[in-house]
Design a protein around this ligand. Structure first.
Ligand code: 5AD
Length: 368
């Protein structure tokens, strides 16, 4: 799929064209990876953050956020819950601190989770994705050696002007990209993503984002609509401003991005993110129907969820991990798809890119 075709998709408007796009993306997914949906139980284990991103509800200078870091025991309990539910993989997410202590903490919990979740179903324990921000290469290596095998680091936008408009001075898109490359070199299954519907972001910019994903040869994509948070600089700017796309437009753009990525990079994993559900009650189901194959049930203990509000209207705030389990099962069921329990669900792309690097002919899909 070339840039012109990507742009054609991003510029679709008519409902019949949207339906056709959903059919194309679903059929590509079915042919490449199958129709099953993989779970990554999401533990938002700390909202302490040293960054001051202009869109984010837990940015350093946000007031009214009670900062927390879950205890090891709380994290391990959540991991046990995921293992018992057959989720297969976890995503450990936190605000960014970039300190050696943060690496030690993450390394310790990864090691403990791997150890205690080995079972007949999961001989290597739960699959673990980390989403804890920018670190130097040696820190990433220590986290990999502890047993985390996936890492997500969104670039938020591949357009340097947009990146710099939504981040404080000192943040660097180049540094973010160099982190992504380090993660890949170390051997992580590597994911990135962008926010969709940012002020001043055109469909050309979004097509560039997809070309960036392709050029960097990443394995996983997590993208979602930008959603203003009242207590942030971009949230205040949003009030009454016409430079932000309306809700429906951001939802549709997000679905078109998911489908375009599925068609442009057929063997990557794509998450249907919670942010989609903020724009529409059935947003996450829609993401699945436009080519996504990963869902992230929140398993952060209930009392902390309200303090991890990246954007306004984040759903599931009053729910327990058990509520989310039941709710998501229903949502997947409604799309006619099946959940792949007790499997890691690694992205096929990771294996094919490594095979082609070695000159081998056969990729394989590691199931667990
Ligand atoms: N709207 C949408 N997504 C957001 N994120 C942070 N704040 C917002 C917001 N206001 C996303 C960023 C970040 C991820 C953890 O959450 O893309 O990388």
């Amino acid at each position: 799929m070339n840039r012109k075709e990507i742009l054609e998709i991003l510029n679709i408007h008519r409902p019949d064209e949207m339906q056709d796009l959903s059919r194309r993306a679903s059929s590509q997914l079915k042919d490449t990876l199958g129709t099953r949906v993989y779970y990554r139980g999401l533990i938002e284990y700390s909202n302490c953050c040293s960054r001051d991103c202009l869109y984010c509800g837990i940015r350093r200078s946000a007031t009214g956020v009670q900062r927390y870091t879950l205890s090891r025991e709380e994290i391990l309990n959540a991991a046990d819950f995921a293992a018992e539910k057959g989720y297969g993989s976890l995503t450990l997410q936190s605000g960014e601190s970039g300190t050696p202590a943060a690496v030690d903490f993450a390394r310790d919990i990864v090691g403990m989770i791997k150890e205690r979740t080995r079972s007949v179903y999961l001989p290597d324990g739960l699959g673990i994705t980390l989403c804890i921000g920018e670190f130097d290469k040696s820190s990433y290596r220590r986290l990999f050696e502890a047993g985390a095998h996936r890492y997500l680091l969104r670039i938020e936008s591949s357009n340097p002007d947009i990146f710099h408009r939504i981040h404080p001075p000192g943040d660097s898109l180049k540094r973010r990209i160099s982190c992504l490359r380090n993660l890949k070199k170390i051997g992580f299954q590597t994911g990135t993503g962008v926010m969709i519907g940012l002020p001043g972001q055109s469909t050309e910019d979004l097509a560039d984002d997809i070309e960036f994903f392709r050029r960097e040869n990443v394995d996983m994509i997590g993208m979602g609509p930008f959603i203003p948070h009242n207590g942030t600089p971009m949230g205040s700017e949003f009030q009454g401003s016409r430079s932000f796309p309306a809700t429906g437009e951001r939802l549709h753009l997000s679905l078109k991005m998911i489908a375009a990525v599925r068609l442009a990079m057929p063997d990557v994993n794509i998450a249907s993110t919670t942010a989609l559900q903020t724009l529409h009650a059935l947003g996450r189901e829609m993401g699945l129907k436009f080519g996504a194959n990963v869902l992230m049930p929140v398993i952060t203990p209930g009392e902390y969820r309200k303090q991890y509000q990246l954007y306004d209207g984040k759903p599931c705030m009053d729910d327990s991990p058990e509520d989310c389990a039941g709710c998501l099962a229903g949502r997947v069921g409604s799309t006619g798809r099946e959940i792949a329990f007790n499997q890691w669900g690694d992205p096929l792309h990771f294996f094919t890119r490594n095979q082609s690097k070695k000159g081998g002919a056969h990729g394989y899909f590691r199931q667990s």
